[in-house]
Write a protein that binds this ligand. Sequence first.
Ligand SMILES: [Zn+2]
Ligand SMILES: [Zn+2]
Length: 110
Amino acid sequence: MTSATPYRFHPHGDTLTFEWTVQDFDGEREFTVTGTCPVCGCSMTHSFGPIQPTVAKGGFLGRRKSPAEPEVWSMSCACDGYHQPRPERLGGCGALLNLAPPPAHLTTGG
Ligand SMILES: [Zn+2]
Ligand SMILES: [Zn+2]
């Protein structure tokens, strides 16, 4: 297997459906996606890190309730492929991906 795709900043227009997993750490949730980059074709796993649940109490009186419509999550390709010329400390092929949000049962239930 060669990774012939050169590193290039490349916004990818489609919304992708990756596989979501979630872990709980002391009340914070860490979302991880697994899928295949449509630009370079490598599979990857990317963690979004601990994400605090939506504010549950205090401090934001008067703030509008956010709409229930699903948001698209964006991330850069995070594969381990060898795409050059790539800036140091960055991974992937430079593609900017839009992901369908995690399913509701991962973002709500406990
Ligand atoms: Zn890629
Ligand atoms: Zn790749």
